[in-house]
Design a protein around this ligand. Sequence first.
Ligand SMILES: [Zn+2]
Ligand SMILES: [Zn+2]
Length: 259
Amino acid sequence: MAEEKTLSLIYDCHVHTIHSCDAENTPVSACRDARDRGLAGLVFTDHLETRPSDLCYGHFKPADATRDYRLASEETGLRVGYGLEITYCSESANEVKKSIADLSPGFRIGAVHYIGNDLIDEWFKTADSLEPYFAEVLSCASSGLFHCLAHLDYFNKITDRFRDYSAGYRPFLDEIIEALLDTGTLPEVNTSSLRRGLRVTMPGPDFLELFRDSGGRKVYLGSDAHRPGEVGHGLETGLEMIRDLGLSVQGPPEECFGF
Ligand SMILES: [Zn+2]
Ligand SMILES: [Zn+2]
């Protein structure tokens, strides 16, 4: 019961469904998971790929997806928002802008998934510097196109070579934090690392302390669920850490519920 109380005001703000090419959860099953965990609701944030070479390009069909989201909400009684996780590349920022105007998601997560033509999952395996990655993240945060900046230290899921990044890349992080504060973009605390065996969320306290000390107050919280049982996973751990740091969780924007 204590768990239910803890999460009863919290939304999982990062949830994928079969409307993402790499996810297996149906919207109804995602809603049931959220209800079972005692969450206030969730925001569907399926992938929107803006690169024609990407496997997921063209996979998201907004009319089909939003119909399924609505049906899932009706069937389960769960409050559900419509958002997107949008792959951001500095060289195709105009394409991203156009997609946002066409699809009007009420919640927008900006995510750097590529460096040049390489998917970050591959790129981080051999990268010897994070500078190209943080340059893209800075561009994403500065664009002002998004409510939320996705999984800032995603590289920790791929490799342990950059575990001390908050010290080694401090000037880059300071610039990113300044851009976040200037544009009103909030970082997300992504808990998917916890179900992959890591002990900290992405990002964890080291980055979030810098964010707080520069004036940051709020973050979004999401599980990045792709499969049944993953919605809401790790949110209690994330919430506790966020509160211990003196930060708080931002709820989804109201406009994402009116789709
Ligand atoms: Zn992502
Ligand atoms: Zn995601």
